[in-house]
Design a protein around this ligand. Structure first.
Ligand code: GAL
Length: 649
């Protein structure tokens, strides 16, 4: 009798294991891709012969292989943000790499665990850009923004047996679509998601922690479900929600019936006793397992990683993480990984975070676009706060073929996707709706800002919304600065006091600061503070005394961000150098990468790194000695003995 019971239990466990695996299968389509730069109109056809195409693996950035050339996206324009009045040649503005043009990718796939009652979606973590996706020769959908994650339901386009489906993706980049190197192609991962017809959709859970204290945390879990109408009713569905600790042990669970809720969305509140909080100091993570049950059988298993933490902004007092005042010691980061280009690479991203944390950085602004999921996951796991950004331009162009072409029709879809994608990630503490947009200067600009901020707050009322503004007079006048939840200013620390006096929020953020320029290991003499200095070798001095006409040196900014009680910190432009924007060498080919980084393109710290480290990483000692300005010493100028030393010692 006992033996029979044991046998039955084993059978049940084994069986439920198989059932679980078939409920939801996610695979990443990494291998087997073919790629060409030819714009062949037949490429989307399923029987198209692509044997002559290049074999590639995804993620793949077609342009990073070069060759570099001044004619790649040479932009003859005036960069008005930089004060240029006349159009001039900008050869390396977007990196001088061949990203412009059309690229096609093709692959074929079998749907795992296929049966005719499955739902199948394809998800692109980002495709640069203007993606058109075809499955078996038929269009599955389009997405313009190259940075955002999007997904399409492809169930009806699949072959009857689920096998040997052809997938073709057309991408097209234009000249003057960007102000920096955007990368090109399927530079982020592509996933296939297979579920039952009744299922929890992609990004179908929303986990918040409305009450957090030492004794307990209230965890609210909203879970959407989709099911074929006609075949089922709300009464058929139950949801078991299980919260698990870092080790995967269940610590709270609840089961509810769908017909107790409206809009096909479960709304459950669970209690976690003695919660271990997510913090930059200790990034503790929990997870939610959602089991969708129909007529007593589990038909979907969906996992969500989340953290329990408290974020608060108190006027005049600052930003608080878990009750502790934390100033943003932040950096702005573009998405490229230097020599790896745009192709996402988990190890390279984690290396960047390690190097920045060692310097004392606690936050990254994903300027000026949606980040890769790998960055957000790493930030969750490593304790780095994120300000996730959406756009560098709205409807009024900065560059001719930029997002302005799509803003009216796509802005809401893009904002909804990025917020749904990352609203469970504890590292994300703020959303940015824009950066130095030209709408700052029109009377109706605040309306557009409100439209975007409203969407963000509708989809995620738990985080703060900011916007990088660089035209204080204009945004005071049109109301944009007053309307933002957090007024973020780019390069205007000297106007914070005035802004504080004029604005209602009693909180100011240094959304973008410094823009000091330097080249690692290149020392220019005499050591003098200079604006827009240029040299024959196309470098800037590593003594960190050079900046742009609108920008500063780190120490110019520290005092504002440290001392003003209503200032919640800064995001320095930039943590790492990036491809493109070789300011001040706008026209000086072969300059094609930035000099703004505190760390260079290869990930090696410049001297400035140790200045920030001595100031920001107060728990460690910093002693950094630079080559001496011998000439200056000879002239008796002893300030040229260069030393960065911990300020607390
Ligand atoms: C800012 C802009 C950044 C970058 C930077 C260079 O105005 O927001 O994207 O261009 O200038 O200093």
């Amino acid at each position: 009798m006992k033996k029979a019971a044991l046998f039955l239990t084993i059978c049940f466990v084994a069986l439920s294991g198989i059932v679980t695996a078939q409920n939801r299968t996610e695979i990443t389509l990494e291998k087997g891709w073919k790629f060409t730069r030819e714009d062949n109109v037949a490429s989307q056809n399923r029987d198209f012969d692509d044997r002559g195409w290049q074999s590639v693996r995804i993620p793949h950035d077609w342009a990073i292989y070069g060759p570099f050339s001044p004619t790649n996206d040479r932009q003859d324009v005036a960069i008005t943000q930089d004060g240029q009045k006349e159009a001039m040649e900008h050869a390396g503005r977007t990196g001088g790499l061949p990203f412009v043009g059309v690229g096609w990718y093709r692959n074929s796939f079998d749907v795992p665990h296929f049966s005719t009652d499955k739902k199948v979606s394809i998800q692109f973590d980002g495709a640069m850009s203007n993606a058109v996706v075809y499955v078996n020769g038929k269009e599955a959908g389009q997405w313009h923004n190259g940075y955002n994650t999007f997904h399409f339901d492809i169930t009806n386009l699949l072959n009857k047996d689920g096998k040997n489906n052809s997938l073709a993706v057309r991408l097209e980049n234009f000249t003057e679509q960007s102000r920096w190197y955007p990368g090109a192609g399927l530079y982020r991962n592509v996933h296939l998601v297979v579920t039952n017809e009744s299922h929890i959709p992609i990004w179908g859970t929303y986990v918040t922690t409305p009450r957090v204290n030492d004794e307990f945390a209230e965890v609210n879990v909203k879970t959407k479900i989709e099911y074929p109408t006609g075949d089922a009713t709300a009464a058929d569905f139950e949801l078991e929600t299980i919260i698990k600790d870092t080790e995967g042990n269940p610590i709270a669970q609840q089961i509810d019936r769908l017909d107790n809720f409206s809009d096909n969305e479960f709304n459950q509140s669970l209690i976690v006793m003695n919660p271990v909080l997510w913090d930059v100091l200790k990034p503790n993570l929990y997870s939610v397992e959602s089991k969708l049950i129909k007529a007593g059988s589990v038909i979907d298993n969906y996992n969500t990683t989340f953290g329990i933490r408290n974020i608060e902004i108190i006027p005049d007092k600052g930003f608080f993480l878990n009750g502790r005042r934390v100033n943003f010691k932040g950096v702005c980061m573009h998405h490229d990984l230097g020599p790896l280009g745009g192709a996402v690479n988990d190890a390279a991203i984690r290396r960047q975070i390690r190097i920045l944390q060692e310097m004392g950085v606690n936050a990254i602004r994903t300027s000026h676009n949606m980040p890769a999921p790998e960055l957000v996951k790493a930030a969750d796991e490593m304790g780095m706060m994120l300000a996730v950004e959406t756009f560098d331009e709205w409807g009024i162009p900065k560059v001719k073929n930029g997002y302005n072409k799509y803003f009216d029709d796509w802005a809401e879809k893009d904002v909804v996707n990025v917020v749904h994608h990352y609203r469970n990630n504890p590292s994300v503490v703020m959303w940015f709706i824009g950066n130095e947009v030209n709408e700052q200067s029109v009377m109706w600009g605040a309306r557009v800002a409100r439209f975007l901020q409203d969407i963000v707050q509708r989809e995620d009322p738990t985080r703060f919304v900011s916007n990088g503004m660089d035209r204080p007079d204009a945004v005071f006048a049109n109301g944009m600065a007053a309307m933002m939840e957090v007024a973020g200013f780019n390069y205007r620390p000297f106007r914070y006091k005035e802004a504080y006096g004029r604005l209602p929020q009693q909180i100011i953020l240094g959304a973008e600061t410094a823009s000091t320029v330097s080249s690692r290991g290149v020392y220019k003499f005499p050591v003098e503070r200079k604006s827009m200095a240029k040299y024959d070798d196309h470098q800037s001095s590593s003594y960190d005394v050079e900046h742009c006409s609108w920008s500063d040196l780190p120490e110019d900014n520290f005092v504002y961000h440290d001392d003003l009680p209503y200032c919640i910190g800064e995001f320095v432009w930039t943590g790492f150098d990036y491809l493109g924007e070789p300011t001040p060498y706008y026209s000086d080919w072969p300059s094609h990468s930035s000099l703004f980084g505190i760390v260079d393109l290869a990930g090696i710290p410049k001297d400035r790194y140790y200045l920030y480290r001595s100031h920001w990483n107060a728990d460690e000692e910093t002693l950094h000695i630079l080559p001496l300005d011998v000439e200056g010493q000879r002239r008796g100028d002893h300030s040229c003995v260069c030393l960065h030393q911990s300020s607390h010692r």
